[in-house]
Ligand binder design. Structure first.
Ligand code: RB5
Length: 148
């Protein structure tokens, strides 16, 4: 599985922890920045990772900013992308199982490292259940087609 990573300055420390976790668990990833603590704008990184996931063969994306909110909003503006801000393990599973989200978004100022890695693990190891959930996700896509 190939994973695209991105963050703003508010998410850089957690992104580094996630990279270590991915390496330890033999996931293939690419880091699309930001790469230091200098203040940047989260939309740039949410957009970058969303485009990489949509267009360039990445199976999943993981985004981090201070809250996870701003960077997820940016990713969700890219047609075809479903990004979920999550801070509990049940939701991390359900955003895959029921919503087929391709991108997980985390808040470094919201969740600690231990929980964050549990969230990443749940997100990466849960498959979409399809069936009635596909009908609902298809309706999301239809809303997008007609209104974006
Ligand atoms: C940056 O200070 C902060 O606003 C950003 O990381 C994020 O929390 C926005 O949603």
């Amino acid at each position: 599985m190939k994973i695209a990573l991105g963050c703003d300055h508010g998410g850089i420390n957690l992104k580094e922890e996630i990279k270590k976790f991915l390496e330890e668990n033999n996931y293939d990833y690419e880091d699309f920045g930001t790469y230091n603590n200098e203040s940047v704008d989260y939309p740039d990184y949410g957009k970058k990772v969303a485009l990489e996931v949509r267009d360039n063969d990445f199976d999943r994306g993981i985004l981090v900013c201070g809250t996870g909110i701003g960077i997820s909003l940016a990713a969700n503006k890219v047609k075809g992308i479903r990004a979920a801000v999550v801070s509990d393990v049940f939701s991390a599973k359900m955003c895959r199982a029921h919503n087929n989200c391709q991108i997980l978004s985390l808040g470094e100022r919201v969740v600690g490292k231990g929980l964050a890695l549990e969230l990443v693990n749940a997100f990466l190891t849960t498959d979409f259940e399809g069936d009635r959930h596909k009908r609902r996700v298809d309706k999301l896509i239809e809303i997008e087609e007609n209104n974006l």
